[in-house]
Design a binder for this molecule. Structure first.
Ligand SMILES: [Zn+2]
Length: 284
């Protein structure tokens, strides 16, 4: 190659390189997002999920973790399920696979999980956080402090022995692995933003994630079932029903389309997103 051609080539690749950097800075990375079902909770009363529902209605609800597979080596979970023996005592857990094993359906080992976003401190979402030995944990600061009794606010667990799943979270914090997110609409990792206001728990959060088909919202238990969204009815367990409805409305603004709002426990998710199957739903 003559010197002139070499310089020309350098100029072209230089420009292309700059454009690459610019589009990286301008557009967040696109994740592949999956719901992965690790268990069923049999015969759950719908009235405990949807305010005003017929008290006789029962539903086998899906217990899920959500996987965000990023470009490069970032593999995140939204929530981590449960595994401690006390949660199996009632005998209503069926089709169970431990959350650190269930991710193998997507070819993921527990060590490969880089981050776990905990939407709230309930046992079925936070208990499994310590199954992923290298993961950084992300939770709202107010949620953490309220439920671990750091602030002594009413409603915290202060004065009672701390349940194991919260003690495990405190332990992870002592190891320096817990990141306390301070507030609403925080992009904690490029392409992944957490939002507050759902009020399922004191400071529950939900997650907006950039994908090839647009913005997906992992509502977790801030929306239990599609029925909450479709009938515009708050979840039953909430600190503030009005705020919960406002959060549902906001999710419709955040998500690129309403079908990309993913409720926390609806088995219908695996019907609406049937691929690839075997308890795994690619949310696209
Ligand atoms: Zn739940």
């Amino acid at each position: 190659m003559c010197r002139r051609h070499a310089l020309l080539l350098l100029a072209i690749t230089g420009v292309a390189g700059l454009q690459g950097a610019r589009s990286q800075a301008g557009e967040p990375p696109a994740y592949d997002v999956y719901a992965v079902r690790f268990a069923t909770l049999r015969g759950y009363p719908v009235a405990s999920l949807v305010q005003g529902a017929d008290p006789g209605r029962k539903l086998d609800i899906a217990m899920s973790v959500w996987v965000l597979k990023g470009p490069g080596r970032r593999t995140m979970l939204v929530d981590a399920g449960f595994y401690r023996p006390q949660f199996f005592k009632e005998g209503n857990v069926a089709d169970y696979t431990r959350p650190d094993k269930v991710v193998a359906r997507l070819g993921i080992t527990p060590e490969q999980v880089t981050d776990v976003i905990v939407t709230h401190t309930h046992w079925d979402h936070v208990d499994g956080a310590d199954l992923f030995p290298k993961a950084q944990i992300w939770i709202q600061k107010d949620e953490y402090e309220y439920y671990t009794g750091k602030t002594g606010r009413p409603g915290s667990d202060r004065g009672r022995p701390m349940p194991d799943h919260l003690a495990a979270l405190v332990k992870l914090n002592a190891l320096g692995r817990v990141h306390l997110v301070d507030g609403d609409a925080r992009e904690i990792i490029p392409g992944v933003t957490v939002y507050t206001g759902g009020r399922h728990t004191f400071a529950s959060q939900y997650v907006g994630v950039n994908t090839k088909v647009g913005r997906v919202v992992i509502a977790s238990d801030n929306v239990y079932l599609y029925e909450n969204l479709d009938k515009h009815v708050p979840i039953t367990a909430t600190f503030d029903a009005t705020a919960n409805l406002a959060a549902q409305d906001r999710m419709k603004q955040i998500a690129t389309s309403p079908r990309l709002i993913i409720p926390g426990h609806d088995p219908e998710v695996f019907v609406r997103f049937p691929k690839p199957g075997n308890g795994v739903a690619h949310l696209d």
